[in-house]
Design a protein around this ligand. Sequence first.
Ligand code: HEC
Ligand code: HEC
Length: 469
Amino acid sequence: MQKVERPPLLLHLAGRGDRICRAGILGLALTLLVSSLAAGGEEQKRLPDPQRGREALLTRAYLPVAWSEQTYHSVWKVWGLSEKPADFEERFRDRYGLHPAPYPNDGLPMGLRYTRGLLGRGITVDCLLCHAGSLFGQSIIGLGNASLDMQALFEEMFAAQGVKQAAPFPFTQVRGTTEGAMMSVYLLRLRDEELRLVAPHKFPITPNLCEDAPAWWLLKKKRTMYHTGSTDARSVRSIMQFVLNPLNGPDYIKSLEPTFADIHAFIRSLEPPKYPFAIDRNLAEKGRRLFEKHCASCHGTYGPNGSYPNRVIPLKEIGTDPWRVQGIPREAKEFYARSWFGQERDAQGQPLTLREEIGYQAPPLDGIWATAPYLHNGSVPTVYHVLNSKSRPKIFVRSYRTGVEDYDPVRLGWKFQELDRPPGPEVPAIERRKVYDTSQPGRSNAGHTYGDHLSESDRFALLEYLKTL
Ligand code: HEC
Ligand code: HEC
């Protein structure tokens, strides 16, 4: 367990000196005043709109400047190079696991964007850092980013900016995953129920969640969301946790609710990408029958009359890694429920209740071929290995690139190389994070043994069917 204590304002996302922080708050307060005057009353009543949500997501920043433009252009110095490489942008994406933006973004990859701060134009991060990826050279908004090394990105950008401050806890333990939920707990520690900044609550921070971000196109099918099904899937406030940067004031955050209702509507409008290679239709039909027999009770049925049962399977029964279910401190959950986030109501005025975390939600499997690695902690590299638990690699590494050559169309997922032992402490951390060691806390690949009794030919029939979803 790692104990973290620091002054509330000196936070990772801001990561600058105290003096600038104070100036930033002043500037922000002014901006807030102006924008809340501009927002007016009519915004509150409008219906959520996916097209507006797309705009809100792809053209606006919700966090203050984290890094100067100069920092971005000089970060190669931290890589140990003596001059800026000609293919800098590509190397930047490759090093941190980012993908080209399929919308105007001034040359920055998805997940980063320019914004205006007190000291001029700078760079910040957005939702697409974790919620956009690529496949076979095509960028996909809403695909969880399974390549990201958020720890390296933040550590090296701050180093390039000359800030010696270490992150308050690792944002990424293993590449392709993040400590997403723990970041929220960390940011929530600094607020009271009405989101005013206070002396930090004493919630313990234990960053072993190793979370794989769910694909956004699944949200429209869900009644409850997040890996544990803890939250009503209609909740807008809960997807705003990421804007809890200490430089964002309570009024500003609350004023964004209608904007995030639009973003929520946009997320619900997304469709999964189609499997791009050949499918054997006869084999897929055999797979469909097997699926309905062995899998549909939890994962639902598909096609025009399909239905999704939205089941949360208790930890004891599913047997996958317990950290995400048990790792969030009870005090933090109770505080969240009492806070502005937990006090949300639907259009009829009914409270959106939070559920006890007892296990994992069986997700819809639409576009499952595209969302490797699997399980909530990304501990299983292919769908085949989900269906054959004894064959799962214990320690493995993959390229973290997303080209055709990195994809395994037979087992549906990422090609990987199994290792005998984890890399030693002499290996640089950025290389060590590429190795998935399932013996580490939060990273177990156990459980979900529902395909173990099937024959190999039945497994491949199931895989063929899953390609059609
Ligand atoms: C640091 C990475 C990261 C960032 C940035 C991030 N998310 Fe997430 N998001 C996650 C992870 C991880 C989960 C799964 C959380 C869990 O279940 O514990 C998630 C879950 C979600 C879900 C629920 C999906 C489901 O089907 O259960 C939605 C919706 C979502 N995020 C929206 C957003 C929005 C909107 C933003 C920007 C304001 C955002 N996220 C920023 C990592 C991130
Ligand atoms: C008893 C309910 C149950 C049954 C039966 C079941 N699953 Fe699952 N499945 C789950 C749960 C719960 C998860 C999420 C576990 C986690 O992430 O820790 C899951 C996860 C998965 C995943 C990974 C999803 C992802 O996005 O990472 C795949 C693929 C999958 N199941 C396929 C199948 C197939 C195919 C069958 C039939 C052979 C099947 N499951 C049977 C409950 C079930």
